[in-house]
Design a protein around this ligand. Structure first.
Ligand code: HAM
Length: 404
């Protein structure tokens, strides 16, 4: 039998209810913060991700579902959402319009990683991207919005934040870091040794414990920020403090995508194992320009729906909807008419086959319906429908035209 590919998962009911609940909750809150929905293609030119996520990142270096299409174009399934949104923002000339533009999106992302608990090759993100607002108030507001989403979903988390500097302070810091890393080079793992050349700050978040011990006294970015980056970061932490938002300063939080400048953050859960990041994001002030648009500051985040599904409990749901059944085949036409009318406002389950009353009641109960309504021989003659409320157990007969 043909199976789903490794690292790809069907999301079946009843789990799919949690999936929809997370999306609905996040979208409702994003709209309250002024975000509009944007949909972009799953397939993009490979060059888009090489330029934005970065050639030295694991995502571009090892994890892309990349192929040549029938027209000879080098394309790939999107490994993340930001790059496509930025491309669409520029292609639709919104960078020329000026002002602030905020978008939310969701959908599947593809990364050819080694599958494990919480790490899939096809997974789903919900994300938000805000363009045109350069002030750190927007970073703060985005963090608050993610907090609102997780609080509404009733899940626990902790927040890590860092600043990754800007083109003014980053090159100097990079040099200091490389000098230090070269001193400890021999003890570092192969990946870290390679990264000293390609992307030295990624060495900081190496998961190897031996590397982490060696890195304990490495220079950190937050102590090497320029005046503007530093004052923005201080302002951000003060705002979080004054809103009683708890967070941890993590100088080694560097994120796995190369486009970030200044604020970077992650929301993590201690309840889902090693793959603990449930959301991540930050500011990327240079990406629009880098992809050919007018310089536009931007900040955003994405959350991982499958990881959050592990944590969410659905609110208790009572019985809902109407089950309609027949004990005489001639009554089916009437039942279908009632069903069509009722479906304008309610959930309706229809059983087409003739069944005993007991069988109908059992089926209605299994489906979680509130009402079980059945037409038998007597009811058909009298122009009535027999209705039982499965919550209150109350039974009655109602004329067809009054059953609404
Ligand atoms: P990211 O940190 O790579 O950021 O992914 C965001 C979230 O997607 C993660 O925190 C995690 O919950 C989920 N995720 C990532 N990889 C997997 C996987 N293999 N399996 C399951 N879940 C996964 C981004 O993608 C950026 N585009 C976020 C962003 C938006 N930054 C600015 N704007």
């Amino acid at each position: 039998m043909i199976q789903a590919l490794r690292g790809m998962k069907d999301i079946m009911p009843p789990e799919s209810e949690r999936f929809v609940y997370i999306l609905d909750t996040a979208a409702k809150i994003a709209r309250r913060y002024g975000y509009d929905y944007m949909e972009t293609p799953l397939l993009e030119e490979t060059a888009l991700f090489k330029r934005s996520v970065g050639e030295s990142s694991d995502i571009v270096g090892k994890e892309m579902y990349q192929f040549i299409d029938k027209g000879g174009h080098d394309v790939c399934l999107r490994p993340e959402g930001t790059a496509g949104i930025v491309r669409a923002f520029i292609q639709n000339r919104l960078d020329r319009k000026g002002g602030v533009h905020r978008f939310y999106y969701h959908g599947p992302m593809f990364r050819y990683e080694r599958p494990q608990k919480g790490r899939l090759r096809e997974f789903h993100q919900f994300g938000c991207e805000s363009f045109g607002e350069g002030s750190v108030y927007e970073d703060f507001t985005i963090i608050l919005m993610i907090k609102d989403i997780f609080d509404a979903l009733g899940i626990g988390y902790s927040i890590k934040i860092n600043s990754l500097g800007c083109p003014e302070c980053m090159p100097g810091y990079r040099e200091t870091l490389v000098t230090h890393l070269n001193d400890i080079r021999d003890g570092l793992c192969e990946d870290c040794q390679r990264r000293i050349e390609t992307n030295p700050i990624r060495v900081l978040d190496c998961k190897n414990t031996h590397c982490q011990e060696l890195l304990e006294h490495s220079p950190v970015i937050v102590e090497n920020l320029c005046e503007t980056c530093d004052s923005d970061f201080v302002r951000l932490t003060r705002m979080l403090d004054s809103h009683a938002v708890e967070y941890e300063l993590d100088p080694k939080l560097v994120r796995g995508l190369d486009y970030y400048t200044r604020t970077a953050f992650e929301f993590v859960s201690s309840e889902i194992g090693a793959q603990s990041a449930i959301a991540g994001g930050g500011r990327y002030n240079r990406l629009v320009e880098f992809l050919g648009g007018k310089p536009t500051p931007a900040v955003g985040f994405a959350l991982g729906i499958e990881r959050i599904m592990e944590l969410v409990k659905l609110p208790e749901k009572g019985r809902e909807g109407i089950y309609l059944g027949v004990m005489e085949p001639e009554a089916l036409d009437t039942v279908l008419k009632i069903a069509h009318k009722k479906r304008k406002s309610e959930t309706v389950f229809v059983e087409y086959a003739r069944r005993s009353l007991k069988a109908h009641l059992k089926a209605a109960d299994r489906l979680g319906a509130k009402l079980c309504a059945v037409i038998g021989e007597d009811e058909l003659k009298a122009g009535q429908i027999w209705v039982k409320d499965l919550e209150t157990k109350e039974e009655r007969r109602i004329a067809f035209d009054q059953f609404d």
